[in-house]
Design a protein. Structure first.
Length: 148
């Protein structure tokens, strides 16, 4: 696919080309499609598993298009210690999806994030780039309702 090929061309000869390539591919398509992943692996002489492993290690990459709204819930320490873990479980149950998944109506994608810089107002989350603190289950559901 030529968009991916052009992105690879740009970064191929720099040191550590994989991350910049993945970033550009995701910026272009909104996610990293499987065929792009295979193309990248092939050109960089990596296995599919290696590229996929890097994608999962950095939590920013998606293997599927995101829903129309993206809810990022903080899973770092300050938020965890103030009920973030239970909140994360409740949200996943309420939305019926797990991390990195999108609700069946295509509206909300749920992603973990590791500190939003809002630790003093933990637990925190971000909906479509807007920060929200001191959240509980009801407050998160309200955020979801508002964008639906
Ligand atoms: Fe959640 Fe910093 S730990 S915002």
């Amino acid at each position: 696919e030529k968009d991916t090929a052009a992105i690879i061309d740009v970064h191929e000869h720099q040191e550590g080309p994989l991350l910049p390539i993945l970033h550009d591919v995701q910026a272009k398509f909104g996610y990293v499609p499987e065929d792009a992943l295979l193309q990248i692996a092939d050109r960089l002489n990596l296995s599919r598993a290696e590229v996929h492993g890097t994608m999962s290690f950095y939590h920013d990459f998606r293997t599927e298009p995101a829903g129309r709204h993206v809810l990022k819930v903080c899973r770092a320490e300050a938020c965890q210690s103030l009920g973030g873990e239970k909140l994360a479980e409740d949200i996943q149950r309420d939305l019926g999806i797990k991390w990195h998944e999108t609700t069946p109506d295509g509206k909300v994608t749920l992603e973990p994030v590791y500190c939003l810089g809002l630790c003093s107002c933990a637990p925190a989350a971000m909906m479509d780039g807007n920060l929200h603190g001191r959240l509980d289950e009801a407050a998160v559901l309200k955020l979801v309702e508002e964008v639906k």
